[in-house]
Design a protein around this ligand. Sequence first.
Ligand code: FMN
Length: 135
Amino acid sequence: MSLAFTPLRIGPIEAAGRVFKTATAETRASEDGFVGDELVDVYDEWASGGTPLVITGNLYVAPSGKSTYRMCGVDADDKVAGLARLAEAVHRHGGKLVGQLNHCGPSTIRSRLRTCPSQRWARARARCAATRSAA
Ligand SMILES: Cc1cc2nc3c(=O)[nH]c(=O)nc-3n(C[C@H](O)[C@H](O)[C@H](O)COP(=O)(O)O)c2cc1C
């Protein structure tokens, strides 16, 4: 069997394989950094493909450390329930989830904190759903 499909222990985490989803800022949280259905769906989709370990996009630890728009936050207790939904979405498919904590500091590009005006993702998902239902 290929090494890529053998388990890997990382501290307390045992991943079933070694092909991971690396950290990619999803920009699918609410404007104030909460997890919602849109973000949960993305994680569910990644994990449903059998990805053994999913690393979140960078999660800001304080609003001053945001690096992009619609970034997910871990800066307040009332965000915990939503973050747990991400873990549940991945665990449901047997995967493990690692959170990447981040404070962008003085490198934050303020113009990037605006909402993406084109909402490309929403349109792409609608197209995907239409294609599936037509098949
Ligand atoms: C859209 C996008 C968002 C990314 N967001 C993050 C991030 O939040 N944190 C991080 O450490 N790296 C981030 N990255 C870097 C990726 O995790 C990865 O290191 C990079 O794409 C290089 O991997 P590759 O050589 O396999 O393409 C991002 C990359 C892309 C393309």
